[in-house]
Design a protein around this ligand. Structure first.
Ligand code: KE4
Length: 451
């Protein structure tokens, strides 16, 4: 009798120990890889936000991705809600994309000469966003926004640029002012290394404040080349525009002859096939794109009104160039992706999945009495750990980033990989199934018990 009781107690203790042990993922190989990486790469990463700086701990080194899953070098598997920061709307290693890339790469990787593939991708972009009459391919979102600013200045012969606090447009010198994403996460929204001369023409205004734009433009309208905006902000967490904000912005820019640039690097083909501009029925003068249009390979693009885009070399005098711009492999990945997105059907499925996740997480917070603000546009969403609405950079920065770090690690330990920063977005892909979404919500419930 006694031995039976003893065995039962031993079994319970062992099970508990294993569960405790298993709930903390084993990251020995990631730790080793991270130590090695730091000998060669600043911070051991090739993009700062990957370094877990805001949440603490060791970044996990990834070995592979498949569908909505990532597997790290220790063999841990995670449901991935970063999706390479937006590009992977179809999930990792979609067989349809992989097949087309393999075929393309067999024909060579880059020619430095025009191909029909670049025209095909340009056509697919133009079909989705009619405001883009002509488009130029580049290799990143940063190149796209940097070039769009230059062409707006060249076209208008004006210098000043308006951007918005908390918006991030890549690491362009003149736009690293009150910048979101990693710049905010790591405390350098105004990065050192940028001469004051480079930012003296940059005006940074609060997001979602139409009066602030009106006031500046009524005084300096004739000096302002362009206004660049994340029409739905995704780099201070996800912050949608207030009612009539974008319409007001379009009206003011038209009145003052200011080029309106929608930075849709993140939202293009993400929130809808036609991006934010199709959701709000607004035609910007220029649009910048990236992420999804490269199907996971490095591609950026900027495009818009023909009269503006024809200022670009070799047609016009504004210079912009790039060795690998329009390379056949990246173009193929982008074409394959946009051809799948083209009929728009996947957005209904994405909407259902993202809504299921968002409402599930919202209910978990309510039931646990954890104050949070939840935002969502299509398949990009965000849970802000705060007790007040988030409508701009000021309210976003009031979030409890320590609580976010607890959320992040709690979910990671349970096999769910969210952005290692409160000031980013959650991305749902077509590869996420109800099983993954429901288990995410269950894990979230567990994590909040420790709050
Ligand atoms: P890239 O240069 O990183 O391709 O794109 C810059 C960029 C431009 N515009 C918007 C709206 C963006 O979101 C980005 C880049 N997004 C971040 C994630 N928030 C990239 C992740 C990273 O920096 O590693």
């Amino acid at each position: 009798m006694f031995s039976l009781l003893f065995l039962k107690i031993l079994n319970t203790l062992l099970t508990y120990k294993i569960q405790l042990y298993m709930s903390k993922i084993i990251t020995e190989k990631s730790k080793k890889a991270f130590a090695e990486a730091q000998n060669f790469i600043p911070g051991g990463v090739n993009s700062p936000v990957r370094a877990f700086g805001a949440v603490g701990g060791t970044p996990i080194f990834i070995r592979s991705g498949s569908g909505c899953y990532l597997t790290d070098v220790d063999g841990n598997k995670y449901v991935d809600y970063i999706g390479s920061w937006g590009p992977l709307i179809l999930g990792h290693a979609d067989p349809r994309i992989v097949k087309r890339i393999n075929e393309a790469v067999a024909n060579g990787t880059s020619y430095g000469a025009p191909t029909e593939l670049e025209v095909k991708l340009a056509q697919l972009i133009k079909e989705a966003m009619p405001s883009i009459e002509k488009v130029r391919m580049v290799n990143s979102g940063t190149e796209a926004t940097m070039s769009a600013i230059r062409v707006a200045r060249g076209f208008t012969n004006r210098d000043a640029v308006i951007k918005f606090e908390g918006c991030y447009h890549g690491h362009v010198d003149s736009l690293l002012v009150q910048a979101g994403s990693g710049a905010t996460t790591l405390g350098t929204p105004n990065s050192p290394g940028i001469p004051q001369d480079f930012v003296k023409h940059t005006i940074s205004l609060p997001y979602n404040d139409i009066d602030a734009i009106n006031e500046v433009c009524s005084k300096r309208g004739k000096d302002i080349a362009c206004i660049i905006i994340e029409a739905v902000a995704g780099n201070m967490g996800v912050v949608p525009p207030k009612k009539n904000y974008l319409e007001g912005l379009r009206e003011i820019t038209k009145k003052h002859g200011i080029v309106l640039i929608f930075d849709e690097v993140m939202t293009g083909f993400r929130v809808a096939h036609g991006g934010v501009q199709s959701l709000y029925n607004i035609k910007p003068d220029l649009t910048t794109l990236g992420k999804i249009i490269g199907g996971g390979l490095p591609v950026g693009a900027y495009g818009g009104k023909k009269e503006i885009m024809d200022s670009i070399s070799p047609v016009g005098p504004v210079y912009q160039a790039g060795t690998l711009s329009g390379n056949p492999v990246a173009m193929t990945a982008g074409i394959a992706t946009l051809e799948i997105l083209k009929d728009g059907k996947i957005y209904t499925n994405l909407e259902e999945k993202a809504k299921r996740l968002a409402t599930g997480m919202e209910k978990v917070c309510e039931d646990a009495n954890v104050p949070a603000c939840h935002t969502r546009i299509g398949s990009m969403l965000c849970t802000f750990f705060t007790d007040s609405p988030v409508t701009d950079y000021t309210t976003a920065k009031k979030c409890d980033t320590k609580r976010y770090a607890k959320f992040f690690h709690g979910m990671l330990d349970r096999g769910f990989y969210f952005a290692p920063s409160q000031f980013e977005a959650v991305f749902v892909s077509t590869a996420h199934g109800e099983k993954e979404i429901d288990s995410t919500i269950d894990a979230f419930k567990e994590v909040l018990k420790s709050f």
